[in-house]
Design a binder for this molecule. Structure first.
Ligand SMILES: NC(=O)c1ccc[n+]([C@@H]2O[C@H](COP(=O)([O-])OP(=O)(O)OC[C@H]3O[C@@H](n4cnc5c(N)ncnc54)[C@H](O)[C@@H]3O)[C@@H](O)[C@H]2O)c1
Length: 253
């Protein structure tokens, strides 16, 4: 797909990887539908995309709220008159061990609230956005591209039962959707980033960042722009379908 003149939605576009994705697509000539809960920061992404010459609009919505989302997707089609792609990027963390114990006593558990909050945004949110995006692409008849942002943690990371389950789930959805939607000219791909220097990590002390980066074979964290480069590749390569790009500097967990 040539991104020039296409309408691409990015969830979680207010900061981090979502902002880098948006700027990358804007630089390629796409127009951007930017979705996030944090409307003030979303405006900064909107302005950055506009400075790159794109038409960009900000939509305050939660990916986990079905009625809000349906309304948002309807507005996007009405505003832009087309819908060519989406990156399901919005995500949260609420880490905890399944069971925390000391001296044979259980002193903590991952709560149902922690489990559900992450599943709602990182898995159900991707399901809802993928479904609503696909429905509109099928109706408009021009095909399109869906990208799910998974994670290196999909392999199973300690302290992340909720996040791992969601990120493994969205990777599986890439395969299901690629098979179901190919007949409509819709391709589906995924990216599983390793640890990437985003706003989440900005609050960490430098020594903690060094500790996270040390086992990465390339010796550093990823950059949001590098994740965005992979998303651009998926959009532009019409033979890419049903696969996940593992972009983690060679780290295994
Ligand atoms: N940074 C990393 O190391 C890393 C590694 C692997 C995967 N990822 C994944 O990449 C994606 C982006 O991560 P990031 O590091 O840029 O995070 P980030 O926290 O910097 O940005 C996430 C964005 O999602 C938005 N968001 C959260 N809940 C939302 C909701 N319910 N509806 C709409 N928007 C919502 C936030 O407001 C924020 O703008 C996430 O899915 C994350 O799991 C990140």
């Amino acid at each position: 797909m040539d991104l020039k003149g296409k309408t691409v939605a990015v969830t979680g576009a207010a900061r981090g990887i979502g902002r880098a994705l948006s700027e990358q697509f804007a630089a390629c000539g796409a127009n951007l539908a930017l979705i996030d809960l944090e409307v003030d920061s979303l405006r900064d992404t909107q302005m950055a995309c506009q400075r790159l010459g794109a038409q960009a609009r900000a939509y305050g919505a939660s990916v986990a709220n079905e009625s809000q989302l349906i309304d948002t997707f309807d507005r996007i089609v009405a505003d832009f008159g087309r819908f060519d792609g989406i990156v399901n990027n919005a995500g949260i963390l609420q880490d905890a061990l399944l069971i925390k114990a000391k001296d044979g006593e259980v002193i903590g558990k991952m709560s149902l609230a922690q489990w559900q909050a992450v599943i709602d945004v990182n898995l159900t949110g991707v399901f809802l956005c993928g479904r609503e995006a696909a429905a509109r692409m099928v109706r408009l008849g021009n095909g399109g591209v869906i990208i799910n942002i998974s994670s290196i943690s999909r392999a199973g990371n300690v302290g992340q039962s909720n996040y791992t389950a969601a990120k493994a789930g969205v990777a599986s959805l890439v395969v299901v959707w690629a098979r179901e939607l190919a007949r409509f000219g819709i391709r589906v791909g995924g990216i599983a980033p390793g640890f990437t220097h985003t706003t989440i990590l900005d609050s960490m002390r430098p020594e903690m960042l060094e500790k996270i980066a040390a086992p990465v074979p390339v010796g550093r964290l990823g950059r949001p722009e590098e994740i965005a480069d992979a998303a651009r590749f998926i959009f532009e390569n019409d033979f890419f379908n049903g696969r996940i790009i593992e972009l983690d500097g060679g780290l295994r967990i």
